[in-house]
Design a protein around this ligand. Structure first.
Ligand SMILES: *Cc1c(COP(=O)(O)O)cnc(C)c1O
Length: 377
């Protein structure tokens, strides 16, 4: 059996977690949280990184940080996404306005954003699907011209870039995920990247239950108090310890994943050339991180048959992905789709993700590709 995902782990995690326990430093913002945040700041060049309990929570923080977001305000995002970004804004009473995706990358179609902007639009939420960047130059230009915030859902984008800039650092806020299905993991966890220094103080307050405890810990004030709205968004240092062991080996993990991705791409090229399947697109200027390897079958029926063939006959666990949000009960209730759904539903029904994780071997990739090819013979 080849699993679809195996949570990433670096051996040092055992030592680091032991250290937390031995030193009785297990709560939030301990030494490992600091080391992870500093690593992300140095690696990405963001002004500030705050480790969070999830990417969903990082997005919730971003929603709380948007200036004067009011019920009924609109947030433009793709419907082909996980529920987190929509939820974070729905919790504020805002309306997700879904626009169509580009079929080559499954990312929001940058050419459909501007026509969806209304007087009530407050932000754009691009999702970098599979660690392949959205067209950020075009998106930032629209945001600037209309005075909109940009919150990047970079859950899948750690170690990926767009024209030399790390994903998550171009918008006002960027959200990373360290869930066990992502390239780097702490079980459950994430990070909020803050581009502008001026937004850091309020973010620290929101993350610490609306108090100025972060300032207190730094010795900048001698007692802390409740000064704004907030919640508890900081993870235990034991989770950060688990993550830090992988961040130390981030280059190695990234290269191992890319080797698998390239092997898939090369092996399956012939099937794509004969028109049987489609392979993922990586536009110029995008450096991806091999978060995912997907192919597209002809349609839903063929994809279902291929998933069965891989799993039942050959022990390979391959999976489909998002059901478009605008077709879900909550999506219908809280959001709306702007324009025509030309690609979102159709392409999501064709997409099939093949096994991808740190530790997957090239021989296994070869076996998976041969099995896909036998299906089409
Ligand atoms: C995984 C994922 C999330 C959610 O991350 P959590 O850390 O589980 O909250 C959000 N958006 C995208 C695109 C994701 O892939």
């Amino acid at each position: 059996m080849i699993n679809f995902n195996v949570p990433p782990c670096a051996e040092k995690a055992y030592d680091y977690i032991r250290e937390c326990v031995k030193n009785q430093k297990i709560c939030g913002d301990g030494p490992f949280t600091k080391m992870c945040s500093r690593w992300i700041e140095e690696k990405t060049g963001t002004a500030k990184c705050l480790l969070t309990t999830s990417c969903t929570h990082a997005t919730e923080m971003a929603a709380l940080l948007l200036p004067d977001l009011e019920p009924g305000d609109e947030i433009i995002m793709p419907s082909f996404n996980f529920v987190s970004a929509a939820d974070a804004f729905v919790l504020r009473g805002a309306v997700p306005v879904f626009v169509d995706i580009r079929p080559d990358t499954m990312n929001i179609d940058e050419n459909l954003i501007e026509v969806a902007v209304t007087k009530r639009t407050k932000a754009i939420v691009p999702v970098h699907y599979a660690g392949v960047s959205c067209e950020m130059d075009a998106i930032m230009d629209i945001a600037r011209r209309h005075g909109l915030a940009v919150v990047e859902d970079a859950a899948q984008g750690v170690m990926a870039s767009y024209r030399g800039q790390a994903l998550g650092t171009m918008g006002d806020y960027g959200c990373f995920s360290f869930h066990e299905t992502k390239n780097y993991s702490m079980g459950e966890g994430g990070a909020l990247l803050i581009r502008d220094e001026s937004n850091v103080e309020r973010a620290e307050i929101i993350r610490e239950k609306g108090t100025n405890r972060s300032k207190y810990y730094r010795g900048q004030i001698d007692k802390y108090t409740w000064i704004d709205q907030g919640s508890s968004y900081l993870p235990s240092d034991m989770n950060a310890a688990y993550l830090y062991a992988q961040l130390e080996r981030a280059e190695e993990i990234n290269e191992a994943r890319l080797a698998c991705w390239n092997r898939y791409y090369g092996n399956l090229m012939s099937l794509a050339e004969s028109g049987r399947i489609e392979l993922p697109g990586v536009p110029e200027g995008c450096v991806h991180n091999a978060h995912m390897f997907y192919i597209k079958a002809a349609d839903l029926e063929e994809r279902t048959a291929l998933i069965d063939w891989l799993k039942e006959k050959n022990g390979i666990h391959a999976v489909f992905h998002y059901i478009p949000l605008h077709t879900a009960p909550a999506g219908k209730k809280f959001g709306r789709f702007h324009g025509e759904d030309q690609y979102t539903t159709r392409e999501s029904e064709r997409l099939l993700r093949l096994p991808m994780y740190f530790g997957l071997e090239l021989e296994q990739v070869d076996y998976i590709c041969d099995t896909v090819k036998r299906f089409y013979e």
